[in-house]
Unconditional design. Structure first.
Length: 140
């Protein structure tokens, strides 16, 4: 189901997967690895993950909550683009960079917890509903 080589999770071959526990030792989740896994509603991340690449989880439309683990350093552009049911996300304080439009298309995002050292601007990574940002941002 998961294709992993040298600590890089390359892809998930089962696009109907509902739940994934990413094994310890995975450092990078490659571009598009879970893209289009529309039934994926639960992801367990190990502390070993350092980078989530561009579009890694794009269009995982059943994902509702995202609890990223300390150790993560980088979330690339559009990593969670189009996760339409995503409501809650926690970004750990080890993250140094969040790419543009990382959470665009997450139209039901209600609350996101972000480390205060990131100095992010909502317009760069959050979806907009009309003239407003729907999600509440808590800087910790």
């Amino acid at each position: 189901m998961l294709q992993i080589k040298d600590g890089v999770l390359i892809s998930c071959t089962d696009k109907r997967v509902r739940s994934v526990e990413i094994p310890d030792g995975v450092r990078i989740i490659e571009e598009g690895a879970f893209s289009g896994c529309s039934d994926l509603s639960s992801i367990t991340f190990p502390f070993s993950v350092r980078i989530i690449c561009e579009n890694a989880f794009s269009y995982c439309t059943s994902l509702e909550e995202l609890d990223l683990m300390p150790g993560l350093v980088q979330i690339e552009d559009k990593a969670f683009f189009g996760c339409t049911r995503l409501q809650y996300a926690t970004i750990p304080d080890t993250v140094k960079w969040v790419g543009k439009q990382a959470f665009f298309g997450c139209d039901n995002l209600i609350h996101i917890i972000v480390p205060k050292h990131l100095k992010l601007k909502a317009k760069d990574f959050l979806p907009k509903v009309g003239p407003f940002y729907k999600a509440r941002i808590t800087f910790m």
